[in-house]
Structures are given as C-alpha cells and as structure tokens.
Ligand binder design. Structure first.
Ligand code: ADP
Ligand code: ZN
Ligand code: ZN
Length: 752
C-alpha cells in the first residue's frame, strides 16, 4: 500500500509515497508525515491509502516517506471532509487549504502536547540550596514555592511577574523542573448569573433554535434583530441549554477588539472553560486553543474568522455575531467566508447555526427567501431602550460652522451649526456624543493652492494622508494608508515651489482638534469635555482600548470621535447623540455593493445611540439629501431599504441573483495583466453562458508598485459556475501570458 499526501505546495494534486519496509504500520489517514519533495523536506497530511497498482507513479520512481509524526490521526474524517469541501468550493489546492486550517506549530511538525508548560520545585530542594535570600533567583524561587508541590503553569507564573530566563537558570541548576500536566476533563458548565426574562420575540427565537438542537438537526437561522434588541441574550439562553447538554459552543466575532468584551459578557453568565482564538495570539496559545477545541476541554470558544476551521470534539451550536461584517471574508490566500463555512460545519455536526445581525446582507436575506435560513426577528429594543430617531441635515443649505483662528482668519470646521448646536445640547444635558468619521489621520490630501499639485503615494493610486501628532507640527508626516509609505511634509510644492500647501478634507485628528477649539472654555481654552479619539492610531497600544472603554463607561459627558472601529457591537449606554458628518459618500460609488455596505455601517453606528434609558438621536449631515436610497434608509429603516436593493439586484441579474467569481491579476504593468485576462476569456469553453464583465483596471489598480486588473464572471446557476471553473481555472494559471503574473480566484467576492 501507498500513502497519498497533501503537501503545502500550490499544486492541485496530492502525492504518492511508499512506506519503508521497517515501518510495520501505514500512517493513519489524518496523520502528519515528513517527506522529501524535490530538494525540500515538507510536512504533509496523509489523506488516503491506495494500492501500488493504482498509482500513476512508476514503482522505481516512488519515494518513501521519511517518517510519520503522529501515532494517531490529528485530523478526523470531519476535518478532512471540511478541507476537501473548501478545496473544491474555493478552487484552492488541498495541501494549501490544510496549511491555512492548521496552527503554525502543527504545520512545523511540533508535538501536540508540547503545550502548557508547568514548573515545579524538585523534591529535596529547599531554601538551603541558596547561599543568600537576597538575590533575584531566590525571589523567583520563592514565588514558585507559593504554589506548592504541583507548581503552576508558565502562563500563570509569567503573569505573576516571574521571568523566563530565571526559570531556565533555576532549571539548569537542578532546582526546578518543567512538566506537562495532563488536562482533566472540564467540570459541567454552571450558571454564574440568572438569565433575564425574555420578551416574546426573544423567546420565539430561543425556542426555534432549541427545537433544532433537541432534534439533533442542522438548521441555519438568521437572527435579524435591530441594534440593542437583545440578540446576545438570545445567544446566552440558547447556549445554556446546549452547554448543559455537555456540548461545545462556538461564537464567531468580527474583530479582535471585541473579544475581551465578549468574553466578559459570557464569563459573567457561565462558569465554564472559555477559550479565545484570534490571530493576535502567540503560536503556543493558538496550538493550545486548537487542542482545547479538539479534546473538548474548551466549552465556550470565542474566536475571529479562522476559529471556524478548528476541530471540535462535540460541537453543539455555532453563533456568528454581526454576521454581515466584511471581515468574515478572508481577503487573501484561501478566500473563504466564515459565515458560509459555519453553515457547512453546522451541516457536518447536525447542529443549529445562528447568524445574528441588525443589518443582514442581501445574500442572507435571499437565503431566507429561498427557505435555506429560518428568519427570527427582534423588532424592538430590549428593556426600556428605544431605537434612536434618524434625521438628515442638508449640508448644502447650512454652511458649515466657521471658527476664528489666532490671526483672525476663519476656517471651516466641517460641522454645520445644527450639528454643533445638537452636540452642545447633548453635552449640557450630561450625555455623551459619538461622531463617526471613517478617516484617520489629520487630512486625506495635501494640496498646493498655487498649482493644484497633490501629495500622492509613489507606489499606489492614492493620496498620502497628512498626519500631525499632538497638534504640533514637529511630528508630522505624510503616510499612505494602503502600503504604509511615509514621507516628510515638504516645505514647498515640488512642482511650483509655492509654500502655499494646504491640508484638505477631514480626518479624525483634525476633527478632534476642531472640537477642542469649539467646545473649550473660551476664557481658559481648557477643554470643558474630554474629546476621545478612537481609531487605529490611538488604539495601537495593547491596553489603550481598555483605557478608552473605562473612560467612556464612567459615563461623564464626552465627545467620542471614531472610525468604523466604533461601529462594531460596542455598548456605550450614555451616548444619546450620534453624528455622521459625511458617512453617505458610499451611495455614489461605482461598486454595486457600496450602498449596501454604507447603509450597514451607518445603521451600526446609529445603533450606538440611546442604548441606555434615554431616547437617542442620529444626525446625518449630507450633500445629497434627495438621494432616494438614503431617504428610504432614513425614513423606513434598513430592512425595507435592503429589500429595495435586492429588487434592483434581481432586475440586473447581480448577486445574490447570480453567482460570482472574481479573477484578479497582479503584475508589473497593466498591459500584461489585461492581456492575461483577455487570454483567459478566450480560453473559456464555448457556449459557457456566463456574463463576463471585464477585464477592467481594478479600483486603485496600482498598489504597492504592482498593477491589478480584474474580471468578474457571473452565472445564473452555482453548479454551472463551478463546472466551468473546474475545467477552466487550472489551465488559466498555466497560460503563457500569465507566467510572471499572480492570478487569484475569489468565489463569492464581497467587494472589488
Ligand atoms: P444587540 O446585541 O441586539 O444590539 P444587546 O444584546 O447588546 O443587543 O442588548 C442590549 C441591552 O438590552 C443589553 O443591556 C441587555 O442586557 C438588555 N436586554 C437584553 N434582553 C433583555 C430582556 N429580555 N430584558 C431586559 N433587558 C434586556
Ligand atoms: Zn504647486
Ligand atoms: Zn501606497
């Protein structure tokens, strides 16, 4: 017998290897083997056993595996089925799919149980083994001694302030040792706090989901609940039954930033083993988390996108929170959508999958229409909170507020007087204001007033963003937000030498600065209210989010200025006014998905208003107050708006009424990338029946000094699309004109 091995190489095939005579057993399917591949040594996964006669490799060319790394399979049938489904659906090589699924340490061939190192003092060692009490080694030894004979895990010790080098030194001196503690089975989950009384709609949702759970059946649910309607309480009470049945629950969240908050919410309800999984974790922790899911030690798993690819011992429920969020779609390598994979996994385990959101994607609404998702609606806010009112402000009729400068000149603050009045009123009433501006930095463009020159990124089709730090020019620079290129701010225009360079437009830093000027005490210039800027620049440091959170949750009047980071699921009970000074630009974009995404973002941001006991207000400042879609959204709300968009898509035959594959081509010139895509079109099978859009230059076609073209294929029928891709895609990769280019395929793309 031979083994077939999936290797992490970009080839659409598996590889046959023989097993050395002296090894009396074949490596089990699902176990790792080390093999030589060309001149490299690679680690792959055994995916099949085949008879030598059926191999296409002649027996004298067959190479033996070097060795098998695992006594037992590390991937069971369920995981291998997931991998091959993803390989087929996303048209991605199986070995590469497995490489994406597995934690780094597993791919590197590390043992599974190198996990959780514990340290303990060796028997017979005592204080007498130290000459003095005063040195650092002794102090560290004493800290470990507090934990008694069993010692403690390295994590715990490091948290307590012990340092790894000292542990090593003490080990070398023969005073302490490391060991691995076998994990004991977790205790049954118990309630730490009583559940709330559900309202009728919440109860209906919980009942529907638990009916599927009790029947041991797959069912997909769209929990379509307005912001603040208590979706989390629905998750919690559903989870309770699932956890009490001894099953695991997986909760997907869109962002790392949300995991500590989410964890706290679940930990306050359940006494359970909660495991966090996200890409910011160390390799050791990722492997540990992976193992905890696989062995069943983890009872509640909270993770970002890739957590859906983990093995689970006995999964009972998957919740995808904020299921509309674009970050569930992986944007490079294996371009999977975590919500779609979640539904597949639900089918695998015969369990319910809940997609929760206030702003369902058009794809999910279509699945409801097709009877593939069961919709549960929560139409009112839970408890005493009311949904905020929304109002448009015409920024054309209302000139924006002018502020005097030191030299007497006046400048534009970017906020209309109505907006400023509303902000002042809110602050004076003791409440908080949230201003949403999806642009970090000081200003999006640096412009020469004399000749019109703009500071552009030399590597991208994009302007450089102006950054000023601490309102002082000594730390200012230009930066590209797409490739991170940085440059000094020139003293004069490089084209015409004019010194009249001006930062144009509004970023969060500039808006915060304007707000300082407008709302400071006029006598002392001191801030009357804190202005809290929340964006990638101000939350870069590890604990900065927590500090910001703390400050906001003290509840004192304050102005929060934030990018889309603030849109996601946060609960700020004292925010009663939300302002969107220019969030509506997306309604004019060329991308047919842009109105949908813009509306989702607007509604999510608006949902931060009035989550406590007071009525909230949302003010949308716009230059296009007659835009029919915008009016529909503000007047009727998200669902009627989305239904209208869906109707438009249907008429135009666009997704979700067709199935899309986006082909991107990247290279050194647009000429080359376009030609390759033209050749690809020519090689489509005759009478393919697809709509072919392109090739066109990608939006921002030059990025990081590379050029991008793209091609969109639309099919009425999903199977037909995959049928064509099966025969067409691999030959396209081998086209002569594609030789020095990077071609990628994106199934069900969510953006351009
Ligand atoms: P969503 O996730 O739908 O935006 P949350 O789950 O954050 O909403 O709930 C909003 C608030 O309503 C929370 O403070 C929550 O504790 C409260 N809440 C939820 N369900 C109930 C209920 N049945 N009775 C009273 N308060 C509730
Ligand atoms: Zn100039
Ligand atoms: Zn750039």
């Amino acid at each position: 017998m031979l083994v077939q091995v999936a290797l992490p190489v970009p080839l659409y095939r598996v590889f046959d290897y023989s097993v050395p005579m002296e090894d009396n057993a074949l490596p089990a399917i699902g176990s790792r083997v080390e093999v030589s591949f060309g001149r490299q040594t690679l680690i792959g996964i055994t995916v099949a056993h085949i008879a030598q006669a059926t191999s296409s490799v002649p027996s004298n060319k067959l190479k033996p595996i070097n060795h098998c790394l695992d006594d037992a399979p590390i991937l069971n049938e369920n995981m291998l089925a997931l991998a091959s489904w993803m390989a087929r659906y996303y048209h991605y090589p199986l070995g590469d799919v497995l490489a994406v699924m597995l934690p780094t340490f597993i791919r590197q061939g590390r043992p599974l149980d190198l996990l959780i190192t514990h340290w303990r003092i060796l028997p017979n060692v005592s204080d007498n083994d130290f000459h003095t009490n005063a040195n650092k080694q002794k102090q560290q030894f004493d800290m470990l001694k507090l934990h008694g004979a069993r010692g403690a895990s390295e994590d715990v010790l490091l948290l307590e302030g012990m340092q790894r080098p000292f542990l090593k030194t003490l080990e070398e001196k023969g005073l302490i040792e490391r060991y691995i503690e076998p994990k004991s089975a977790p205790k049954p989950v118990s309630l730490a706090k009583m559940p709330l009384d559900l309202n009728a709609e919440q109860q209906l949702a919980v009942d529907a989901i638990l009916t599927a759970h009790n029947a041991g059946k797959y069912s997909g649910f769209l929990l379509n609940g307005i912001t603040g309607s208590g979706k989390t309480e629905v998750y919690l009470q559903t989870m309770q039954a699932v956890l009490e049945a001894g099953k695991q629950v997986l909760i997907l969240v869109p962002e790392i930033g949300l995991t500590p908050q989410t964890r706290a919410r679940f930990a306050s309800r359940f006494a359970a083993q909660i495991v966090l999984l996200h890409s910011g974790m160390s390799n050791t922790h990722r492997l540990q988390g992976w193992q905890d899911c696989r062995t069943g030690h983890a009872q509640i798993i909270i993770g970002t996108r890739s957590a859906v690819l983990n093995p689970f011992a006995n999964l009972g429920l998957i919740v995808v929170d904020e299921a509309h969020d674009a970050s569930y779609k992986q944007q490079d390598t294996l371009r999977y959508h975590a919500a779609d994979v979640a539904l597949y996994r639900g089918l695998q385990y015969n369990i319910p999958v809940v997609l929760g959101t206030a702003t369902p994607t058009l794809e999910h609404l279509k699945l409801v229409d097709d009877g593939k998702l069961v919709e549960c609606q929560l139409r009112t806010r839970a408890g005493s909170a009311k949904l905020a009112t929304m109002q448009l402000i015409d920024a054309r009729q209302q000139s924006t507020h002018q502020q005097a400068q030191d030299d007497g000149a006046r400048y534009d603050t970017g906020l209309t007087d109505i907006l400023i009045g509303a902000i002042r009123q809110t602050l004076e009433a003791g409440d908080q204001v949230l201003i949403f501006l999806n642009r970090r930095g000081y200003a999006p463009v640096l412009l020469c007033e004399a000749c019109g020159w703009q500071a552009d990124c030399p590597r991208c089709d994009a302007h450089l963003t102006v950054h000023y730090s601490n309102q002082a020019n000594h730390n200012s620079y230009l930066k590209c937000h797409h490739c991170d290129w940085q440059a000094y701010i020139p003293a004069a225009c490089p084209d015409c030498r004019s010194q009249n360079l001006d930062a144009k437009g509004m970023g969060t830093t500039r808006l915060s600065e304007n707000l300082h000027a407008i709302f400071a005490n006029p006598q002392t210039s001191k801030d009357l209210y804190p202005i809290i800027q929340i964006d990638r620049d101000t939350t870069r440091r590890k604990d900065s989010w927590e500090k910001i959170y703390e400050q906001i949750n003290q509840g004192k009047p304050a102005i929060l200025v934030g990018t889309q980071m603030v849109a996601k699921g946060h609960h700020f009970p004292n925010v009663t006014l939300v302002c969107l000074p220019n969030a509506d630009r997306g309604f004019l974009s060329a991308d047919f998905r842009s109105p949908e995404h813009t509306a989702q973002l607007m509604i999510q941001v608006a949902g931060r208003a009035g989550r406590g006991n007071k009525q909230g207000r949302v003010l949308i400042q716009t230059l296009q107050p007659d835009n029919a879609l915008l009016l529909k959204l503000v007047k009727d709300g998200y669902l009627p708006f989305a239904r209208e968009l869906l109707q438009e898509r249907k008429m135009m035959g666009l997704p979700p009424y067709s199935h899309a594959a986006l082909i991107r081509c990247e290279g050194k010139t647009l000429l080359a990338t376009t030609q390759a895509l033209k050749d690809a079109i020519v090689s489509l099978p005759a009478a393919h029946n697809l709509a072919v859009l392109g090739p066109i230059d990608a939006p921002m076609s030059k990025k990081n000094s590379r050029y991008h073209s793209q091609l969109l294929l639309l099919a009425k029928d999903r199977n037909q699309l995959h049928h064509i891709l099966n025969q067409w895609w691999q030959p396209v990769l081998a086209l002569p004109s594609a030789k020095y280019l990077k071609l990628t395929l994106d199934i069900d793309p969510v953006g351009w």
